[in-house]
Design a protein around this ligand. Structure first.
Ligand SMILES: Cc1cc2nc3c(=O)[nH]c(=O)nc-3n(C[C@H](O)[C@H](O)[C@H](O)COP(=O)(O)O)c2cc1C
Length: 443
C-alpha cells in the first residue's frame, strides 16, 4: 500500500474527553503549521495541553473524531487517540506502508473497528471509508494516524510475526485480558450492566421437573493432606458405576453456593463458594451426563441432570438423545476411556453475562480461572468420596445448543467451559488407598 501525501483534504479533529459517562468536547487552540516545508494539518495541540490529554487518553478517556469535508472518516479511542499530525510527511514523499501483523478488523453495527493486539487503541471507521483505508492511495495524514496507532507499519510487507509460539488468536485473548492491552474499562466497571440492564434469563427446560431423591453418601473422612498427596487423574471406569447420589455429593461439596450480602453498589446477588471466584457471582453451573450410571438401583444411562447450586437438587433435563450419545463417545475418546465403560461426565457451563455485566476485559479470563479452581476443589473432594475423576481439556462450543431440546437463547445462554469425567473406583484401589497411583497416564 502506498500513501499519497496530499493533505489538502484534511479538515479537522474534534477531541472528546469522557467524564463519568458523558463526553465533553475539548477546545483545541489553533496553531499554524510549523514550517512551510512540512505539510502540517490546520491544527496542532500545544505541548502543555497535549500532556494532560495524553494522560487522559492513556486512561481510555479521550476519543478523537477526524472529519474530511464535514464527513467523519475515523474515530480513535485509547492511548493513541491524540493525533500526532504535526510531523506529517513531505508532500511528494510516497511511503510504502502495510498492515501490522497484529492488526485486525471487525464490524460492529455497520462500523468497521480496527485494532491491533499490541495496544488498546480502537479505531472506528464508517463502512464506506474502510476500503479507502486499505486501498493503494491512502492519504498521508491518515497513514500517519494509523502508523502512530500501530495499525500500519512502514515497509511494503509485514516485518514481523505476532509470535512463533503464540498464534495471533492466542495472543489476542491473552493481551486483551491484561492491563494496558485491554479494551474498554479494566476490571469491575459494570459498563455492560449500565449499557444493557439486567442479566438475561435463560432456561434449560429442567424447571418444574421433580428432583431426584438423593441416597445417603458416606465420605472416607480423609485429611486435606491425604487428599492433596493422593490426588491424581483417574481414568479407570471399568468398575460397577458410581451412583448419581455420589456424583451429586461431589457437586454439593465442591460447588454449593451460599448467598451472602449483595453487592452494596449494584445490588447484584453474591455467593460464598467452596472455590475462589473473582466477583463471587456464581456464574458456573453443572450438568451431569450419565453414560453408565444408577440411581436407587435403576439404570440411568443416557440421561442428563442439572445440579442446583442453592438447593443441591438434581433435576432431569430433557435432551436430544443422539447428541447425548455423541457427547459421551467424544469425551470417552478424549479421556482415553473405553466408550462403553465411561460412567459420568460433568459439564461445567458458564452464564457469561453474570460475569460480563460487572467485568470488562477480564471476564473471559476469570471464567477459565474459575473452572480451574472448581476442578481442583472437586478433585480433592473426589479423593474423600472415593471417586475417580479426570478433568478434560475442551470440546465443542455448541454443546448445550445441540443437547438441550429447550432453546437456551443461544447468544446469552450458558456455554460449556469445562469437562470432568467421574467414576466409581475399582474395589482394589479404594482398599489400598495410599498406594494407589497406578493409572497415571498423560495424553
Ligand atoms: C484443565 C485440564 C485439562 C485436561 N484435559 C485432558 C484431556 O483432554 N484428556 C485427557 O486425557 N486428560 C486431560 N487432563 C488430565 C491431565 O492429562 C492430567 O491431569 C495430567 O496428566 C496430570 O496428571 P495428574 O492429574 O494425575 O496429576 C486435563 C487436566 C486438566 C487440569
Amino acid at each position: 500500500m502506498l500513501c499519497s501525501s496530499d493533505s489538502s483534504d484534511f479538515y479537522g479533529i474534534e477531541l472528546l474527553v469522557l467524564t463519568g459517562t458523558t463526553e465533553h468536547p475539548v477546545t483545541i487552540q489553533r496553531v499554524p503549521a510549523r514550517t512551510s516545508a512540512v505539510e502540517g494539518p490546520p491544527v496542532t495541540i500545544p505541548a502543555q495541553e497535549l500532556g494532560r490529554l495524553e494522560i487522559l487518553a492513556g486512561q481510555g478517556r479521550v476519543r478523537s473524531i477526524i472529519r474530511c469535508h464535514g464527513q467523519e472518516v475515523m474515530a480513535l479511542a485509547g492511548p493513541h487517540a491524540i493525533p500526532t499530525l504535526d510531523a506529517s510527511p513531505r508532500r511528494d514523499e510516497r511511503t510504502p506502508v502495510c498492515l501490522d501483523p497484529g492488526t485486525y478488523i471487525h464490524w460492529e453495527s455497520g462500523i468497521a473497528v480496527i485494532a491491533n493486539l499490541a495496544t488498546s487503541t480502537r479505531i472506528t471507521v464508517p463502512g464506506e471509508v474502510v476500503a479507502q483505508l486499505l486501498g493503494p492511495h491512502l492519504p498521508a495524514w491518515q497513514a500517519q494516524l494509523l502508523l502512530h496507532a500501530g495499525v500500519l507499519q512502514k515497509g511494503p510487507t509485514p516485518a514481523g510475526e505476532p509470535g512463533r509460539w503464540w498464534s495471533f488468536e492466542e495472543l489476542l485473548s491473552y493481551n486483551r485480558s491484561r492491563l494496558g492491552t485491554h479494551l474498554g474499562e479494566y476490571g469491575g466497571s459494570y459498563t455492560r450492566a449500565t449499557a444493557h440492564g439486567s442479566i438475561p434469563e435463560w432456561t434449560d427446560g429442567s424447571e418444574g421437573a421433580p428432583a431426584c431423591e438423593p441416597e445417603p453418601v458416606v465420605a472416607a473422612g480423609r485429611t486435606l493432606g491425604e487428599c492433596l498427596t493422593n490426588r491424581h487423574s483417574r481414568r479407570d471406569h471399568s468398575a460397577p458405576p458410581a451412583s448419581l447420589s455420589e456424583v451429586a455429593a461431589l457437586l454439593t461439596r465442591s460447588a454449593h453456593a451460599t448467598p451472602c450480602d449483595p453487592d452494596p453498589g449494584q445490588g447484584t446477588a453474591l455467593y460464598s463458594l467452596p472455590y475462589p471466584a473473582g466477583g463471587a457471582l456464581d456464574e458456573l453451573s453443572h450438568y451431569i451426563v450419565v453414560n453408565r450410571g444408577v440411581h436407587r438401583g435403576a439404570d440411568l444411562s443416557h440421561s442428563v441432570f442439572r445440579y442446583d447450586h442453592l438447593s443441591d437438587a438434581i433435576t432431569p433435563v430433557a435432551v436430544n438423545a443422539a447428541a447425548c450419545d455423541r457427547l459421551c463417545a467424544l469425551y470417552a475418546r478424549m479421556g482415553m476411556i473405553p466408550p462403553d465403560e465411561l460412567q459420568y461426565l460433568i459439564l461445567v457451563a458458564c452464564d457469561f453475562p453474570r460475569l460480563s455485566h460487572k467485568y470488562e476485559s477480564v471476564a473471559a479470563a476469570l471464567m477459565y480461572k474459575h473452572v480451574g479452581a472448581w476442578m481442583q476443589t472437586a478433585s480433592l473432594v473426589a479423593e474423600d468420596l472415593n471417586l475417580a475423576v479426570c478433568p478434560l481439556g475442551g470440546g465443542p462450543a455448541d454443546i448445550l445448543d445441540s443437547l438441550f431440546t429447550e432453546a437456551t437463547t443461544t447468544t446469552s445462554g450458558p456455554k460449556v467451559v469445562g469437562e470432568f469425567v467421574v467414576a466409581s473406583r475399582p474395589a482394589a484401589e479404594s482398599a489400598g488407598y495410599a498406594a494407589a497411583k497406578s493409572d497415571r497416564r498423560t495424553p
